[in-house]
Design a protein around this ligand. Structure first.
Ligand code: CO8
Length: 262
């Protein structure tokens, strides 16, 4: 079904691998189309509680496809950027956690894809950067927006204005990644993290994601009101009765994992 991405399921964990290693997993229109379709499938499959995104070979994603972008005019450029941003936003707002297992180059659109995920784990071999200004363009898949929100405007400006490429350890020091692991341990670390998350109430994890993501866009008073509303919503779920009931009865919680309904 997919030709440039690989899709696997291990129990409740989905693993999406961008699989175009000859071009370092560059995001051309076909890869973007398949990524978009796969995310739609993830949305529909309520048995998936967490998603891992990674890349085949020596790159996570080496950026949007420069050869495909070269002839674009202004209108086509805007459409190209908006299409990528729409797909990345769909990933960011999935009602399940998404972990980027950054195995190698995460440049331009690749770093932007990693930033649309909830959590980034990096291999010691991973490299990060927004090299677009060297190509005569700005970051266009939300790099100018998510990078300053993640690491602060000064550090984001330094990376974007210089286009410099940094290693995994520096990315960790900047707060771009949560953890750096040996290359051979990366997927196990991502699966272990996803496994620790899916043991909990999926509804509560999804609501926590929503409270964090939506709350960050609001003034503090509005953000606190949003949190209170979401907290109240938890009490509609059978998982709240089970989780708290299990504590009181001194037994492990037995969650019947279900996705939160909008
Ligand atoms: N696009 C197209 N092809 C690519 C890309 C890319 N981004 N990256 C690598 N490739 C291709 C190479 O052309 C090469 O193909 P071929 O063998 O046919 O020449 C193959 O992948 C292997 O690459 P290299 O031989 O260059 O491998 P190296 O190990 O020597 O170098 C690098 C690895 C350093 C990662 C190098 O490939 C590189 O610098 N790549 C480009 C990185 C880059 O600049 N990325 C940013 C792209 S712009 C972007 O992402 C903007 C996103 C928003 C777009 C919005 C538009 C409006």
């Amino acid at each position: 079904m997919y030709t440039l991405i690989k899709w696997e399921k291990e129990g409740p964990i989905g693993i999406l691998t961008i699989n175009s290693p000859d071009t370092l997993n560059a995001l051309n229109s076909q890869v973007l189309k398949e990524l978009d379709a796969c995310i739609d499938d993830v949305l529909k499959d309520e048995s998936i509680g967490a998603l891992i995104l990674t890349g085949e070979g020596k790159a996570f994603v080496a950026g949007a496809d420069i050869k495909e972008m070269l002839p674009l005019d202004a209108k086509e450029g805007e459409e190209w950027g908006a299409n990528g941003s729409r797909i990345f936003r769909k990933i960011e707002t999935l009602p399940i956690p998404v972990i980027a297992a950054v195995n190698g180059f995460a440049l331009g659109g690749g770093n932007e894809l990693a930033m649309a995920c909830d959590i980034r784990l990096a291999s010691e071999r991973a490299k990060f950067g927004q090299p677009e200004v060297g190509l005569g363009i700005t970051p266009g898949f939300a790099g100018t927006q998510r990078l300053p929100r993640l690491i602060g405007p000064a550090a984001a400006k330094e990376l974007i204005y210089t286009g410099k490429i940094i290693g995994a350890q520096e990315a960790k020091e900047l707060g771009l990644v949560s953890r750096v692991v040996a290359p051979e341990e990366l997927m196990d670390a991502a699966k272990e993290l996803a496994g620790a998350i899916v043991k909990n109430s999926w509804n509560a994890v999804a609501l926590s994601k929503k409270a964090i993501n939506d709350g960050l866009q609001l003034e503090i008073e509005d953000a606190l009101a949003l949190e209170a509303k979401i907290f109240g919503e938890c009490f509609l779920s059978p998982e709240q009765k089970e989780g708290m009931g299990a504590f009181v009865e001194k037994r492990p919680a037995q969650f019947n994992h279900t996705r939160r309904k909008e």
